[in-house]
Design a protein around this ligand. Structure first.
Ligand SMILES: [Zn+2]
Length: 412
């Protein structure tokens, strides 16, 4: 009686074997030697019968693995050539005769870009691109100018005629925009020289669900303008910070956020874009936590650490209401930065990133030596001491409850 035997065995399992347990929940890790892949893995124990592990994403089965009793090695799912398309909710289910376990994991863009080298704008540019051939295009460029209170007083300068030759194929793609190499043939003097290697970034307004052409152009304009406001405002902040940092001899070189310009392309279907200098060299993103490069090498760098110090300084200066985010670029030269502000905005300025970035920064930022040089206080709660030292009798015993770092207050 096979059936009865099976049932009998099941009873033995249920009564005598503990249910499977989780040793390690799902984690995303790099795949050694393959910078474009990532691996999701977890580990179980107390699996005393043969079992099946099933991986799904958003309900679709991706893999089913049969395993023998007692095999407690890590269970992995490798995602090769990982891209934005692989984002979503992953589930790993273990099923055996004496129990089941379900683990969920949300693969976010942050984690993905942290592990995998994505085809981001300007990522890993090699120097000296080939000569561009193509039609010259007449455009108008405009520079964002600031008055003394740079947050609330920003305006575009009058248009300057310029002429560009742009590559047909984009070389980088971010979440909402594409980057094209372009060569300045005339105009924009003295900011650029003739033949300057530049990058034209075009927002894809279609992905925002706009319908008619008028709406599309309006959205395209708004996005390009927002980009100019954000990056150039961040640039103003870093200028002020530079002056502060340079009062300390030990600080050394200071990172720069490069300026970007608004471009009107009357002859193009998507008429607005931004223009900036092309940064030559390896493009890296710096971790918000410790400034390490977000790639497989995870190099520690002076530029990355100084970026974090700059973020901390702005956070402190604005009492936790504004944060410059997405610190990235080539060495000390940064671009594609973002700004997060508190929900209501800060002094009339609203950023392009979620307010949650500010909380995340507060939770993750680890001060480095450059924070120390500038006298910035740690944002992390001090570890609790196990032994409470007795107060010295000579000192007054005042118990001041200290808040760590500037608190996140919503304005008024
Ligand atoms: Zn710090």
């Amino acid at each position: 009686m096979i059936i009865n035997d099976n049932i009998h065995f099941l009873y033995i399992c249920v009564y005598f074997f503990p249910v499977p347990r989780v040793v390690q929940r799902i984690q995303a890790v790099p795949v050694s030697g393959d910078p474009q892949s990532l691996s999701l893995g977890c580990q179980f124990t107390a699996v005393f019968t043969d079992y099946t592990v099933t991986w799904t994403r958003d309900g679709t089965v991706l893999a089913e693995i049969k395993r023998s009793a007692g095999d407690e090695s890590r269970v992995c799912l490798t995602i090769t050539k990982a891209s934005n398309k692989d984002l979503g909710k992953y589930r790993c289910s273990l099923l055996c005769s004496h129990g089941s376990v379900i683990l969920d994991y949300l693969l976010t863009y942050e984690v993905l870009s942290d592990i995998v080298i994505l085809a981001n704008p300007q990522k890993n540019i090699t120097a000296a691109p080939t000569e561009l051939v193509g039609e010259e295009e007449d455009v108008k460029c405009s520079c964002l100018l600031f008055k003394e209170d740079f947050l609330s007083e920003q305006y575009f300068d009058k248009n300057q005629p310029a002429s560009l030759v742009t590559e047909k194929e984009h070389f980088g793609e971010g979440m909402h925009r594409r980057a094209f190499r372009t060569r300045l043939k005339a105009g924009m003097v003295p900011v650029f020289t003739q033949g300057h290697h530049c990058v034209l970034k075009v927002h894809n307004a279609i992905s925002y669900g706009t319908q008619n052409n008028e709406e599309l152009v309006q959205k395209n304009y708004n996005l390009a303008v927002e980009e100019c406001h954000v990056q150039n405002t961040a640039r103003e902040y870093i200028k002020v910070w530079t002056a502060v940092a340079q009062t300390q001899d030990a600080f050394g070189e200071v990172p720069e956020i490069i300026p970007i310009y608004l471009v009107h392309r009357p002859s193009n279907d998507i008429p607005y874009a931004t223009l900036e200098e092309e940064l030559m060299g390896e493009f890296v993103k710096y971790s918000v936590r410790d400034g390490k490069e977000i790639n497989l090498k995870r190099n520690d760098s002076e530029a990355g650490q100084k970026c974090c110090t700059f973020q901390h300084w702005v956070y402190h200066k604005t009492e936790g209401n504004l944060l410059v985010t997405d610190m990235q670029g080539v060495g000390m030269r940064l671009t594609d930065v973002g700004i997060a502000t508190c929900k209501k905005g800060y002094k009339g300025f609203k950023g392009n990133c979620a307010t949650s970035f500010i909380d995340q920064f507060k939770a993750l930022h680890l001060c480095n030596k450059y924070c120390e040089i500038l006298g910035l206080k740690s944002l992390q709660p001090k570890p609790k001491k196990t032994v409470v030292p007795k107060p010295k009798p000579t000192q007054p015993v005042t118990k001041t409850k200290k808040t760590i770092g500037p608190t996140l207050k919503s304005k008024s």
